[in-house]
Design a protein around this ligand. Structure first.
Ligand code: DAH
Length: 339
């Protein structure tokens, strides 16, 4: 083999190897193999002085040309590797640690909601649900709340089309349950309610209540009182008891407002209870016979009690929150306290 064809062979081999090599470190090895100090090229370059005067310029030129071609194709290959590596770094670097996934948690109001359900389930209650879009009949008429009652005013109630409205309380679920089931009835019904209220520290147009309804033969006011007392003790502690103040609700007779002993001062009087020693919790009473008759229950045979309490209010008391709006701002710094 002549020197010329040997150089051409080496050049061809280099072209092939370099174009098929797979990564930068293989490329470095090829550079050493073809151009390094111990390569055939270096050897030939060293021996150039020993060639005949005719051969020397021809072979010398060929060697130099081939060497710079190999250098060029190595450089091009290197660039192509570096570009792909850079591109892939932007989109996918398998060595980067993953972004931590933040795990969500139940909202404090919903945690309290579930705790309330558990307490009442343990007392033999079932959970009933009703729709947030309700008709006027269930929300008002069936509950003995006549057309002229101030609660039916546009200022308090958010009306929709066709006699529908956003329920203003969970009490219409009483009607739905009694229309569909016979006594004995023993349910609570937690849910979202709506009123045309301006937001302030104790009101929001959207809020949460739960309703309790018990109807059977021989249900008395004492059952109402003991059920409420048991709940308050289970939820807030043994020392907390409830009391009633006479009141009026169209759907109960007699009716009462429910207070519980202040969880902060236990009756002594403090800022939380505005020095009264008691905290207002909601309304209660014996189901008005007119309501029982509206759902075709025999009011001579059956009696019942009902009450409605605010879940947001109970949550605020449990955690010492003074402004209801903080519950629903969705500020994660606040909500993370309840994880
Ligand atoms: N529905 C009343 C309200 O939202 C609360 C209420 C009072 C519910 C007395 C009752 C009850 O079941 O007996 O203001």
């Amino acid at each position: 083999m002549t020197l010329k064809s040997e150089i051409e062979n080496i050049l061809n081999q280099a072209r092939k190897d370099i174009s098929s090599c797979k990564n930068l470190s293989d490329l470095e090895n090829l550079k050493v193999k073809f151009l390094g100090r111990k390569s055939r090229f270096s050897e030939l370059l060293k021996r150039i002085g020993k060639l005949s005067s005719e051969e020397r310029p021809i072979i010398g030129k060929l060697l130099n040309k081939s060497k710079s071609e190999i250098e060029n194709i190595i450089e091009k290959r290197r660039n192509s590797f570096e570009n792909t590596v850079n591109n892939s770094e932007h989109t996918f670097d398998i060595t980067m640690p993953g972004r931590p996934i933040e795990i969500g948690a139940k909202h404090p109001v919903f945690q309290v909601w579930e705790e309330i359900e558990d307490i009442f389930i343990s007392m033999g209650f079932e959970i009933a649900e009703g729709p947030e879009i309700e008709n006027e009949y269930n929300n008002f008429d069936a509950l003995n709340t006549p057309e002229w009652h101030p609660a039916r005013n546009l200022q308090d109630t958010l009306y929709l089309k066709n006699g529908m409205l956003l329920r203003t309380h969970t009490s219409p679920v009483q009607i739905r349950v009694m229309k569909n089931f016979k006594p004995p009835i023993k349910i609570i019904s937690p849910g979202r309610c709506y009123r045309n209220d301006k937001p302030d520290a104790s009101h929001l147009p959207v809020f949460h209540q739960f309703e309790a309804l018990v109807v059977d033969v021989g249900i008395t006011f004492a059952d109402l009182k003991s059920t409420l007392d048991s709940f308050v003790k289970r939820f807030f502690g043994e020392k907390i008891r409830s009391r009633f103040r006479p009141h009026f609700f169209p759907f109960t007779e007699p009716s009462a407002e429910i207070d519980m002993l202040c969880i902060n001062c236990h009756g002594k009087g403090c800022k939380l209870c505005k020095n009264s020693g008691w905290l207002e919790m909601g309304g209660a009473g014996m189901v008005d016979p007119a309501v029982l008759e509206n759902v075709k229950f025999d009011s001579e045979k059956y009696t019942g009690f009902a009450f409605g309490l605010g879940i947001d209010r109970i949550t605020m008391l449990r955690y010492g929150i003074s402004d209801i709006r903080t519950l629903f701002k969705n500020d994660l710094r606040f909500l993370k306290q309840f994880v």
